[in-house]
Structure formats: structure tokens, C-alpha cells
Design a protein around this ligand. Structure first.
Ligand code: LHQ
Length: 265
């Protein structure tokens, strides 16, 4: 796993890999370098079997403030970027890599998650946030629509009515409110944030990784499918899960009245 990044800090702790976006002076706004590095890091870690859970977080007081509006304006005026939709395709690659990652990806959010940074947090499988978190679908504030998959993730997480409210009013949502409306899984006091994040990540990293990959596929596909399609897929995935060493060992452990130890195979 590459670790020599300019705008990311990458740290491995056992089977947990933490990717920290690192431009704290602009609240981790995305420039092209950080976006390219994040793409590399998430695509690389997908292949690394020693990593069984990925945490995405931000350095300093924020998760991220979205597109760097200074560099984007400069690049636009110099003609360095084409259309916005071409630029967005680079973000879409990260979103796909997170969703297709065959292991859990947690967004750990403290402080602001605004614009496309907010929506990259929504692309992750689970979200744990500190009680100083501020989610802002900031797009309408500058006359834009939610991008980075926001138009897809938001109504699925919080319902169409709330998604419209968050997108149109672009008001801040606190960590506790985000937990209440289902935008995030867990909101914890600031002083417990790091410990709670690591505990959740380590728990997932010790879990049945192959089954988690199949669960991602089942849940994400089923959100788009009818019952019949979902149950057909369930059968195919369960055939695969049934063949894993973790499944076999967990059943033996149950019969022997002891706790299973998952190897991720
Ligand atoms: C920033 C940024 C930032 C640069 C804070 N850029 N410097 C759009 C266009 C095209 C294609 C792709 O898709 C997108 C998607 C998007 O992400 S659109 C949304 C872009 N983001 C925003 O509109 C948010 C802009 N930032 C803010 O509204 C505020 O900074 C928030 C509410 C995030 C945080 O407010 P505060 O906590 O009061 O912090 P601050 O405003 O003082 O910011 C700290 C510094 O970070 C400051 O620099 P300075 O030199 O004054 O200390 C800001 O200029 C800088 N910064 N966001 N996106």
C-alpha cells in the first residue's frame, strides 16, 4: 500500500487502514492532487487482503469543505478543466471505488462535511460522527445541484422530503440531528470520537469480510430491485457465503459453544 502522498495521510493499524484527507488550512477542500491521491488510495486498498476495514476521515477540525473553489476557479479561467461534468467524473471514480470495495468503508466525520465532501461521506457504508459534526449540502448556496452521488444517496438515506429540504435550504445539520434523521449511523461526544471510530473499525476488521462484501452487494442492489430480484440475488450470494471458511468455522464454533474467530476468508 502506497503511503507517500502529498495531501493524504495513510496509516495502517492491524487490519484497519485510515485514509486522512490532509489540507486542513482549507478544511480539506479537494484540489486535483488530493482527489487523484484519494482515488489511488481507495482503488489500491480494495486489492489489499491484509486490510479488512477502511476509515475515511479528515485532518484538523473538518472532514472536508467540498471542491476547492479557489483552485477550481483558477483552473476554469486558465482553461485547464473542461466541462464541470468531465471534472465530476473524477469524483465518480472515487464513489464507485468505495461502493465496490469488498470490505466495509467507514466515514469518520468531525466538524464540517460540505458539498462534495459531504456526499463522499454518504457514499461510505457507515458513518460515525463527532457531536461537533456539521453536514452541509452546500451546493444550492452557490446555485448548484448536489453532486458526487448526493442526488442518489440523500433520498435513500433520509427520504425524498428531507432530501429536498437539505438540498434546497442547504442548512447545516448537526451530528445529533444527522443521527436522528438517519443520515449517519452514530454520533458520539467529541472526546470519545477517535476511540469509538477505531473500536467500530476494529470490530468490522475482525468480522467475516467475505460475507460483508456480499452484504454490500445484496443491500445496495436490493435498494434498486423488486422482492423477486432481491431474493434471487440473495440465493446466489448465500451460495458464495456458504462456501467461506469463516462461515464453516463459525458454525463449528457455535456447536462447540465458543466464540468464532473470523479470518476474512
Ligand atoms: C475553502 C473552502 C473551499 C477553498 C473553506 N475551497 N477554500 C463544485 C464545483 C465544480 C465541480 C465539482 O463539484 C463541486 C462540488 C462542491 O463541492 S460545491 C461546494 C463547495 N464548497 C462550498 O461551497 C463550501 C465553502 N465553504 C464554506 O461555506 C465554509 O468555509 C464552511 C461552511 C465549509 C466552513 O465555515 P467555517 O467553519 O466558518 O470556516 P471558514 O469559512 O473560515 O474556512 C476556513 C478556511 O478554509 C478559509 O480560508 P482562510 O484563508 O480564510 O482561513 C476558507 O476560505 C477555506 N475554505 N472551504 N471549498
Amino acid at each position: 500500500m502506497r503511503t507517500d502522498f502529498q495531501n493524504l495521510l495513510v496509516k495502517q493499524d492491524g487490519a484497519v487502514l485510515t485514509i486522512m484527507m490532509n489540507r486542513p488550512e482549507v478544511l480539506n477542500a479537494f484540489n486535483d492532487i488530493m482527489l487523484a491521491e484519494l482515488t489511488d488510495a481507495v482503488e489500491d486498498v480494495a486489492q489489499d487482503e491484509a486490510v479488512r476495514c477502511v476509515v475515511l476521515t479528515g485532518a484538523g477540525r473538518a472532514f472536508g469543505s467540498g471542491q476547492d473553489l479557489h483552485t477550481f476557479a483558477e483552473d476554469r479561467s486558465s482553461g485547464a478543466v473542461g466541462t464541470v461534468s468531465e471534472h465530476l467524473q473524477k469524483y465518480h471514480r472515487v464513489v464507485y471505488a468505495i461502493r465496490e470495495m469488498p470490505k466495509p468503508v467507514i466515514a469518520a466525520v468531525r466538524g464540517v462535511a460540505a458539498g462534495i465532501s459531504c456526499n463522499i461521506a454518504l457514499a461510505c457504508d457507515l458513518r460515525i460522527v463527532s457531536d461537533d459534526a456539521r453536514f452541509i449540502e452546500a451546493f444550492a448556496r452557490i446555485g448548484l445541484v448536489p453532486d458526487g452521488g448526493g442526488g442518489y444517496f440523500l433520498p435513500r438515506l433520509v427520504g425524498v422530503g428531507k432530501a429536498l429540504e437539505l438540498s434546497m435550504l442547504a442548512d447545516e445539520v448537526t451530528g445529533t440531528e444527522a443521527e436522528r434523521i438517519g443520515l449517519v449511523n452514530r454520533c458520539v461526544p467529541q472526546e470519545e470520537f477517535e476511540e469509538a471510530t477505531l473500536a467500530l473499525a476494529q470490530r468490522l476488521a475482525k468480522g467475516p469480510t467475505r460475507a460483508y462484501a456480499l452484504i454490500k452487494k445484496l443491500i445496495y442492489t436490493s435498494a434498486e430491485s423488486d422482492l423477486q430480484t432481491s431474493m434471487r440475488l440473495e440465493g446466489e450470494l448465500q451460495d458464495m457465503a456458504f462456501e467461506t471458511e469463516d462461515h464453516h468455522n463459525a458454525v463449528v464454533a457455535f456447536l462447540q459453544k465458543r466464540k468464532p474467530e473470523y479470518k476474512g476468508r
